[in-house]
Design a protein around this ligand. Structure first.
Ligand SMILES: CN(C)c1nnc([C@H](N)S(N)(=O)=O)s1
Ligand SMILES: [Zn+2]
Length: 261
């Protein structure tokens, strides 16, 4: 019905263009990052995260991913520096992941996928009054992408995976206070950056992407807990596991990818 979209055969990334023609636009995301073709830009400073006053509010299953929302009525959690001309306010973070053992990241590096990808979504509250307004502006959003590879348990990710049972069904929301996503960052914030889009409908071409080079390590067990989430609501008799909720890489269409040092 209407603008319903998903990750299945009938409603997945290959048909999103029918309801969202921008899917075939000139600055779509994700992309395959080819490190040796990225231009090293010495003018690109470090990314600075001021997440110390960061306050998470709730965790939700929106039928496409699991999302942790933040209080964004002031500049308590911002990202600045790097390619950004203003500080951008943290609004939410969410994940994309694969099926058992297979890949799940959205961005790829020289054709290689990671098991999952974390997106920290920020908006330019200096230039725009609301997230909605920023989400349709060419410099409105900044998304920090972090790759997840499998290995040992991540010492803090259990804070999230232990809460997933509270949001199993599409449309469920639960309190999730006091979580600071700084604990999910790798030790180095060296990155690639390029101009792109949201990777889910409405696919607005409003994102300055900052893809961090160093992945974090999580265990297969922790990733498996993401897959106990459902795409479907409690009232639906069809129970569909939430997995493979990633869009494949899109054409670069002449865009330049820059690399911090
Ligand atoms: C409205 N918001 C916060 C978002 N809309 N689409 C989002 C996508 N999941 S992504 N992957 O961040 O582009 S995030
Ligand atoms: Zn995302």
């Amino acid at each position: 019905t209407g603008n319903h979209w998903g990750y299945g055969k009938e409603d997945g990334p290959s048909v999103w263009h029918r309801n969202y023609p921008v899917a075939q636009g000139d600055r779509q995301s994700p992309i395959d990052v080819v490190p040796h073709q990225a231009s090293h830009d010495p003018s690109l400073g470090p990314i600075v995260l001021n997440y110390d006053q960061c306050t998470s509010i709730k965790i939700a299953n929106n039928g496409h991913s699991v999302v942790v929302e933040f209080e964004d009525s002031d500049d308590r959690s911002v990202i600045r520096g790097g390619p950004l001309d203003n500080p951008y306010r943290l609004k939410q973070f969410h994940f994309h992941w694969g099926g058992k053992g297979c890949h799940g990241s959205e961005h790829t590096v020289a054709g290689n996928s990671y098991a999952s990808e974390l997106h920290l979504v920020h908006w330019n509250a200096v230039k725009y009054k609301t997230f909605g307004e920023a989400a349709t502006a060419p410099d409105g959003l900044a998304v920090l992408g972090i790759f997840l590879e499998t290995g040992d348990d991540h010492r803090w990710l259990h804070m999230i995976t232990d809460a997933l049972f509270t949001v199993k069904f599409k449309g469920s929301v639960a309190d999730f206070k006091g979580f600071n996503p700084k604990c999910l960052l790798p030790s180095s914030l060296h990155y690639w950056t390029y101009l792109g889009s949201l990777t889910t409908p409405p696919l607005h071409e409003s994102v300055i992407w900052i893809v961090v080079k160093e992945p974090i390590t999580v265990s297969e067990k922790q990733l498996g807990k993401l897959r106990m989430l459902l795409f479907t609501g409690e009232e639906e008799d069809q129970r569909t596991r939430m997995e493979n909720n990633f869009r494949p890489p899109q054409l670069l269409k002449g865009r330049k990818v820059r690399s911090s040092n």
